[in-house]
Design a protein around this ligand. Sequence first.
Ligand code: WTA
Length: 658
Amino acid sequence: MSEANGVQSATQGDALENLLQENRKFAPSEEFAANAVVQANVYAEANADRPAFWAKQARELLTWDENFTQALDWSDAPFAKWFVGGTLNAAYNALDRHVENGLGDRVAIYFEGEPGDTRTYTYAQLTEEVKKAANAFESLGVAKGDRVAVYLPMIPEAVITMLACARIGAIHSVVFGGFSADALRSRIDDAEAKLVVTADGTYRRGKPSPLKNAVDAALEAEGHSVANVVVVKRNGEPIDWHEGRDQWWHDAVESASAEHTPVPHDAEHPLFILYTSGTTGKPKGILHTTGGFLAQSAFTHKATFDLHPETDVYWCTADIGWVTGHTYVTYAPLINGATQLMYEGTPDSPHQGRWWELVEKYKVSIMYTAPTAIRTMMKWGEDIPAKYDLSSIRVLGSVGEPINPEAWMWYRRVIGGDKAPIVDTWWQTETGAHMIAPMPGVTATKPGSAQVAVPGIAVDVVDELGQPVPNGHGGYLVVREPWPAMLRGIWGDPERYKDTYWSRFENMYFAGDGAKKDDDGDIWLLGRVDDVMNVSGHRLSTTEIESALVSHPSVAEAAVVGAADETTGEAVVAFVILRGNAAQDEEIVTTLRNHVGKEIGPIAKPRQILVVPELPKTRSGKIMRRLLKDIAEGREAGDASTLADNTVMQQIATSLKG
Ligand code: WTA
């Protein structure tokens, strides 16, 4: 753990102080509580026997081909097996069974493209599309266990592709469209993907934005595993074509047969890999399997959002490229037979009221978004949402980073009409589904706190030695018992899985987040305690960006910190030492920002790059990021007495002034 980001860092201390003064509470209305899907007794039931509780959920919420014989096998800890012996098909559970149950005409997805084009898929129609895609992928030689890379915008084909993979037992690896060709290639290589599904491009703020060209660039160098690229025609812009390798979606999928029998897969059959930043340079391929992931996803979606699938219209604004898009766009809503809205574009195109216009148009009743978006909307002004009828909204969700009480209150008052409960959901790519969240019909919510473990989940806050902290104290967030949607490992690297999550404390999952228990025992999340930054709810690794910077010929050394940012939560600030022969002009900063964009993706571009003569290091050569964070956040640098060279901070200060 880096000393730079220890639990007691200055910013966290400040945040803590502010949070401690927060004592507002909002109980659910009597009417809401009476009609809630989940009632208070759920906690006692779940805590009495957690595996039995999850087994009950798995049986109620999923349709199994072969019933499981054991809820949990933890004999090979930390490698869990849930629902042992059971078999099921994820796509059948998300689609066919609803059609068989007479819900074929229910809308599964309302799609709204950025330019304003719309499509509606009923459950029957979506089932047919997924069957066709499954046939098309199979005819391209994709079989059970093969990996498929997905590099698509927020269009229905993304969901269709993921479910078609699940149907045939192929493992999807979705790569966020904001990642560069290089990042895409390293993920394709790590998973040895056989097929890539992409689109010519998408739209961003009214302009076409390309995607396929990044796939071409990624596959330019020989030695990759990809046999075919399937391309959805989305924005119609011209693209290069590789005869024999590339196939149009409309040729491959639309002409395929709409008959496809789903085969059951083992509960532990891999469902997907999703790469996420860790504390070292190389992204980790987080592996999720079928039965446990689906059970916890479906349960939490229903319970946390109080889902009434017959009447609700649900909208999660997350991109499919992140775990939130996996669990709470592709899988859980469809498993639960919900109707959801999917929107392709940016919130301010063509105007800053676009989201609220969509809420009004589709009568969205459950909305799930990120604090960074809420803060942006706050900045735009509340007169914008005020122009629209948001009265359909009855539950609001938040995810991705701690939500500050001001943003929470604004969300509740301006978007939720002062009555919709806010559920702040803490979880991670690794946890697969919600882990800490209020139950909207039960919990009296507190602005800024995720509060309580989800029923059936055992979280705790512990000190350095792994002892639970008393109420009123802070420490490290851990999970004490295995949970159904937990990651099953890191693709191709079981040792890294054990080291990263299970070695810090004995028999506990180490999440990498700092947290505090308040006087009621409710949990407040305080941000990462490792070298992972959270920019607009997206995880970025300091070391990964540092590696990208030093791969540029002008850079001798680099240090990256996350600095507090009003809108994005944290922002990337880089300190670089240039090589002796590198030109020290204005352009270097632009060059380096673009270089990071090329190596990782635009989302990783530093907000600021500061050229400095030296970096503060301890005698053992470790960069003291804490001191750099002070500078990045405009504070007087803190205690520098452990520096190998105590003039360094002075040198940096002088060079930044000059
Ligand atoms: C942070 C996103 C506070 C946290 C689902 C975690 C949060 C990381 C919250 C996981 C929240 C997510 N309150 N912090 N409600 N939700 N985080 O893997 O630091 O992209 O470890 O998963 O985001 O990010 P990931």
